[in-house]
Design a protein around this ligand. Structure first.
Ligand code: NDP
Length: 324
């Protein structure tokens, strides 16, 4: 983006975890009067069902964006994915094709779409990096979601090759924060633990069970940190090649560390126990953020404990209208 030039930035998936974090950061910037030439528009599925080509085009016609952050996706937990791989593939393919084609037709200057570290090849070497997206089949449990995400990269390359467009993608690790999905069937590990521990405290349970051994390692990024990086990518990163947006490799934590931090933030007096009869999933999925670190040297991630503390505080304050 050129300073001084007026831009209209459309954020698809603007009502979700990542979209709402971007909105918070932009509102902070506005209070500091930093983003004067930018108009930001955050859309959810109520404004337009992006699986529908006509609705997608009407949305672009209405807002005439110059830039797009494309977050909208059919997302879900492991079991939802396993049961609906065909739907995950078709719906996400339709959303992505509609959004990128409408962007092309409306001369959008730049699109930043969202992949995920969970779409990488199942059998791989570590750490995983941006060059490895297409190196082998994804895990069978979520192949529909994974292949649809990988095809965003193919579309980006095609629009660049054929029409010279700057459509790129970012690859976040696991995200958590305010406005997450806290529904017990659909949620990821951090919101699930936060919600279940709150339930346990309300019931006065003296023990809290974590599924699995607690030993697997994961990288987690706070949604507000990811939001800042997304905005940085939109303004400063001009390559079609994907870029991993993750915390450092040494910031990988075990699930038991996560559970203990949530316990501390909740002030839960009980004991955490592990149900080792339940599946652990992959032991680790370490991603390298070397490329990000080489381009944005001084970015400071929020300390994990602070981010967990703030997320638990948000949940406690907003439980009544959170996505449960
Ligand atoms: P959320 O589930 O919080 O939000 C999903 C968003 O997509 C909502 O705004 C939803 O709108 C919108 N949406 C879904 N279907 C449609 C549709 N048919 N038409 C229009 N909008 C639709 O997701 P996150 O914020 O967690 O995810 C954002 C992006 O980040 C996704 O692309 C996801 O794949 C990716 N990602 C997420 C990670 C995570 O750990 N959460 C990790 C890595 C990548 P509404 O709510 O109004 O229906």
């Amino acid at each position: 983006m050129m300073s001084g030039e007026k831009s209209v930035i459309l954020v698809t998936g603007g009502t979700g975890l990542v979209g709402q974090a971007i909105k918070t950061v932009i509102e902070e910037e506005k209070q500091q009067q930093k983003s004067n030439n930018e108009t930001w528009i955050f859309c959810g599925s109520k404004e337009a069902d992006l699986r529908d080509k006509a609705q997608t085009e009407a949305l672009f016609e209405k807002h005439k964006p110059t830039h797009v952050i494309h977050l909208a996706a059919m997302v879900g937990g492991l079991f939802h994915n396993m049961a609906h791989n065909l739907d995950f593939f078709r719906e996400n393919m339709a959303i992505n094709d509609n959004v990128l084609n409408a962007s092309y037709k409306h001369n959008v200057k730049k699109v930043v779409s969202c992949l995920s570290t969970c779409i990488f090849p199942d059998k791989t070497t570590y750490p995983i990096d941006e060059t490895m997206v297409h190196n082998g089949p994804p895990h069978t449990s979520n192949y529909g979601y994974s292949y649809a995400k990988r095809m965003i990269d193919i579309l980006n390359r095609g629009y660049h090759e054929t029409h010279g467009c700057t459509y790129t993608s970012v690859i976040p690790c696991n995200v958590f924060g305010p406005h997450d999905n806290y529904n017990l069937q659909a949620s990821h590990v951090i919101p699930a633990l936060i919600r279940r521990m709150d339930d346990a405290m309300q019931k006065g349970d003296s023990t809290f069970t974590v599924m699995g051994s607690g030993k697997p390692l994961r990288q987690f990024i706070y949604s507000l940190d990811l939001a800042r990086l997304f905005i940085w990518v939109l303004r400063n990163y001009n390559s079609v090649e994907p870029i991993v947006l993750s915390v450092d490799e040494e910031d990988e934590v075990t699930i038991s560390t996560v559970a203990e931090m949530i316990k501390k933030a909740h002030n839960y007096p009980g004991e955490i126990v592990y149900d080792t009869t339940k599946a652990d999933g992959q032991y680790k999925k370490t991603a390298s953020n070397k490329k990000l670190r080489s381009l944005y040297k001084d970015f400071k991630f929020t300390p994990f404990e602070t981010a967990i503390h703030d997320t638990v505080a948000w949940f406690k304050q907003n439980r009544d209208h959170a996505r449960l």
